[in-house]
Design a protein around this ligand. Structure first.
Ligand code: PXP
Length: 252
């Protein structure tokens, strides 16, 4: 069965837009994770960025303490975050490239160019009982390099597929890269996940990619939740305003 990991960073982004640096506030990503799990999500994914722009350390600790499903922590291969992750012990870590100026994770890891340091980090996580996934573009040389550095899982970056989706020829070509990538990964003994830019429109096409175990999806799920809940939220606020009499005592 194809599994869903919901990426809850976007909930934290909304919280931080109002409560940055104040410790707390709404919406709470831990409560969001609970709702996702109650709805059937198989896992929860969160990205602890170096600049802590959305998920912060206490979120990661609280997720670890409360989650009964698979907790996948995304992080860059930088010493302070790696040390933190080794202490918190998520079930899986997904190593991603990170640039401070990017809006979201824009590209895949260049595994080929960072073999030694990745190998060291993967070994440390594995020794701590934590599986490692590498977030990479569906490029054969990156998949081969991933196998050589000893990771257990790759997450194929579906961003290019999502971008290409509305031009049939480009979509087919991106799907072809994902199919070939998944096949090669499987033949090398790697487990295959995918994610980034997946939504309610492009997801059905992804069924053509073989060997997928888990999809990590955030933005489209949280965006849809806004409209699923907005009408009800307005009604609840209106109900609280009912019966207002003000100074005049008149209400209409
Ligand atoms: N997987 C990885 C490694 C990511 O960095 C992201 C984005 O944070 C996602 C999946 C989810 O992408 P999206 O929010 O576009 O669904």
């Amino acid at each position: 069965m194809l599994k869903l990991g919901v990426n809850i960073d976007h909930v934290a982004t909304l919280r931080e837009a109002r409560y940055r640096g104040r410790g707390g506030g709404e919406p709470d990503p831990i409560a969001a994770a609970r709702v996702c799990v109650e709805a059937g999500a198989h896992g929860i994914t969160a990205h602890l960025r170096e600049d802590r722009r959305h998920i912060v350390d206490r979120d990661v600790e609280a997720l670890r303490a409360t989650l009964k499903v698979r907790f996948n922590l995304e992080l860059a291969n930088v010493p302070s975050i790696v040390e933190f992750a080794l202490r918190v012990k998520p079930d899986v870590v997904c190593l991603v490239p990170e640039r401070r100026e990017e809006v979201t994770t824009e590209g895949g890891l260049d595994v080929q160019a960072h073999m030694e340091t990745l190998q060291r980090t993967i070994r440390r996580f594995n020794e701590g009982g934590i599986d490692v996934s590498l977030f990479i573009a569906p490029e054969l040389k990156q998949i081969e390099a991933s196998s050589r550095v000893g990771t257990q899982i790759i997450e194929l970056h579906t961003g290019a597929f999502a971008e290409a989706f509305h031009v049939l020829e480009n979509r087919e070509s991106e799907l072809g890269r994902l199919v070939a990538g998944a096949r090669l990964a499987k033949s090398l003994g790697l487990r295959v996940n995918a994610g980034h830019g997946l939504n309610y429109e492009n997801l059905p096409e992804l069924h053509r990619v073989p060997y997928l175990e888990e999809l990590n999806i955030g933005h489209s799920v949280i965006s849809r939740a806004v409209f699923e809940g907005l009408g009800r939220s307005v009604k609840e606020m209106l109900a609280l305003m009912q019966g207002y009499v003000g100074e005049s005592g008149a209400s209409s």
